[in-house]
Design a binder for this molecule. Sequence first.
Ligand SMILES: [Fe+2]
Length: 201
Amino acid sequence: MQTLTPLLLALADLTAAEPRAAAQATADILRAAASKHRFAPAPRSVLDDAITAAALGANALPCAGLVAAGAVFLPWQASPAAALQPGHLAASKAVVTLVSPEGPIHAADLRFGLFYQAPGVYYPLHAHEAAETYTLLAGTAPWQAGETRRVLGPGDSIYHPPQMPHAMRAGPEGFLAMWRWSGDIGFDSYRMLPDPEGAGL
Ligand SMILES: [Fe+2]
């Protein structure tokens, strides 16, 4: 029987490697939910095949394969922020929320999930009050965070303190990541920033 248990445990281990209290709390919630939470089969997303290809590609962490293995239970959706992004294409980014005040795994003050961005797609400069960490599971992504520019690959993490402007472009394989929010996790503060040159990414 397919379950998300192996994926949730692997994501908990990766999350626990981040030396922040909110990351430890998120890892604890994932571990507690791993064996007891029952996920319903999810509708297919138009990006399912692309996500599976990235997850099973050569440039991926082993645990990315668990994303592909658990695909039937992962309700990929358009990003809630997508409508705010200039030039957004519906089939270019997708998000799964696994932990949030609204569920499916409940936490009053944390959010955690997966994110996929299709090859070459740009996520414009933006900021929000929530503290955020992304960890890439597959693919590569040139990334701007404040004044820092890096190319992230599988296993790399980046932390955005509250209100730090950030932007990212997916490399040629697209990228698959896990993300977590803590602090003020409402969406009210989410805003796009002037980004006439696409942050140069
Ligand atoms: Fe963000």
